[in-house]
Ligand binder design. Structure first.
Ligand code: SF4
Ligand code: FE
Length: 483
């Protein structure tokens, strides 16, 4: 396993082509806007060496028998699935940010069972290739960006019917050495903190779209790959001096638009090429795993937000008011409901043909649909408790100013025993999670990450077995006899 410093050093060896604010970034690793997101991924390496978290953060490889970072593991039991969610809550608590590494983790598990079934049914050799790739990932303890979401253009048209054929990633050429692919993947979590890109199709596909049924892995700095960094609310605060106004002093997340401009992929790293009938299964499984993931990571961030709201009420002297206590209990109730869903879909998981365990898809989709709502309500309650000062407060520069600093310190004071600076720090942390850079992960990503709410509704209706429910009603109302 890599240590956190070894991880950081390994990223330096990559030669990313990346743009931010219209400028080429020469050194993404040390860039003040990118660095906090890299710190979050580095935490997934650091915690794996902490004996307190060994059970959650590490696993025994089913491929090599060696001890590995859990983020590179294939789930071998429902216990592995449960431990994944517990691990994600833990890291969410430690970072209050998106630590990005789960997209690759979820892609490995979805690819493993799907490629196994492709080989079994079609006589292809994708599974063997994929496992070779995963052995390499485990051996080197790599972070892999599981890249699924295409830009999609006109949502009412299939990939091949788009005015611009590049709006979904496609194969433009095949030869005896490999394939050449073109297109883009949008809002790719942690792209610049990843060693490899694992690309998958974004939707179920028909025969006319077989050029779009493509999955492969390439080093993240492969010729032809360009990254355009996605900006976030309040991101330039990271360029300021001081540590109060950023809210979270250490961690963040990031997304990027990844452009694939005729990228060559050798056959050994191609895991699907034209088998459109399997695109839907792959998407469904990857999305299912990532919908499970949210029952862990968002809950961990929720823990931090609840703690911060509770502190804000203590610092302002409102903590004993019964309505404040009720609101905090409501936040806990909502947060633990999300966790219950994450644990439930894991505990109810089952073995796939490849031996890798899959979550219960119905419950994973229920988990994620709750995540499209509850973090918003938790954030609303946190803002209620924090008060308007959370967004009208002067800056750290004003607090530190030789002449006016004393006024900021005097008039932003809550209870006498708590320094004004502490109150400001907690309010800025709440602001960061609900409105600032971390709100990308806690709010909008809760809505659209791992698929927008309608995608979960479709899966829920597909998985719900309405026929069986109707039968129950027919029997009990006397229309039909029990079997
Ligand atoms: Fe992991 Fe959550 Fe970020 Fe997805 S949103 S990569 S599950 S931390
Ligand atoms: Fe996500």
């Amino acid at each position: 396993m890599k240590t956190a410093p070894e991880y950081v050093e390994s990223l330096r060896k990559l030669n990313f082509k990346v743009y931010m604010f219209g400028e080429k970034i020469e050194n993404p690793v040390d860039h003040p806007i990118i660095r906090p997101s890299m710190n979050s991924v580095a935490k997934t390496y650091a915690l794996a060496f902490d004996p307190r978290y060994e059970d959650l953060m590490t696993a025994t490889s089913s491929l090599s028998g060696k001890k590995i970072n859990r983020f590179t593991h294939l789930h071998q039991s429902t216990n592995d699935l449960v431990n994944k969610v517990k691990m994600q809550r833990l890291i969410g608590q430690k970072t209050a940010a998106c630590y990005q590494r789960c997209v690759g983790f979820d892609a490995f598990n979805a690819m493993d069972s799907t490629t196994f079934e492709m080989d079994r049914d079609l006589g292809t050799e994708y599974h063997r290739r994929f496992r070779d790739f995963l052995r390499y990932v485990q051996e080197e303890d790599l972070t892999v960006d599981g890249a699924m979401t295409d830009p999609k253009g006109n949502r009412s048209l299939s990939p091949s019917r788009q005015a611009d054929p590049d709006l979904y990633v496609r194969v433009v050429e095949k030869n005896d050495k490999g394939i050449i692919v073109r297109g883009a993947k949008a809002h790719q979590t942690g792209a610049l903190n990843s060693h490899q890109l694992l690309v998958m199709p974004t939707a179920a596909l028909g025969a006319e779209d077989s050029a779009y049924a493509v999955s492969f892995a390439v080093p993240a700095d492969t010729e032809g790959i360009l990254y355009i960094y996605g900006r976030q609310s309040c991101d330039t605060r990271k360029l300021e001096d001081g540590s109060i106004d950023v809210g979270n002093c250490f961690y963040g997340g990031h997304e990027a638009l990844v452009v694939l401009e005729d990228v060559f992929v050798p056959w050994e790293r191609v895991f699907m090429c034209g088998e459109y009938m399997y695109a839907g299964t792959l998407v469904e499984r990857f999305a299912g795993y990532h919908r499970q993931s949210y029952g862990g990571c968002k809950v961990g961030v929720g823990d931090v937000l609840i703690g911060a709201a509770s502190l804000a009420s203590e610092y302002s002297g409102a903590a004993k008011a019964s309505h404040i206590r009720d609101k905090l209990i409501e936040m806990i109730h909502l947060n633990e409901t999300l966790y219950s869903c994450g644990i439930a879909c894991s505990a109810q998981g089952s073995r796939t043909a490849s031996g890798t365990y899959l979550i219960d898809l119905l419950l994973a989709n229920v988990c994620k649909l709750n995540v499209t709502r509850f973090p918003y309500e938790i954030a609303r309650l946190a803002e209620d408790i924090a008060g308007g000062i959370m967004v009208t407060m002067p800056s750290e520069q004003d607090l530190r100013h030789p002449e006016i600093g004393k006024y900021v310190d005097k008039f932003l004071k809550g209870v006498a025993e708590v320094p004004t600076e502490h109150r400001m720090r907690i309010l800025r942390l709440i602001e960061n999670i609900t409105l600032g850079t971390a709100a990308v992960g806690y709010r909008t990503e809760s809505m659209h990450g791992a698929g927008s709410p309608q995608a979960q509704r479709i899966m829920i209706s597909r998985q719900a077995d309405m026929g069986q429910k109707q039968k129950l009603a027919r029997v009990l109302s006397g229309i039909e006899e029990e079997d």
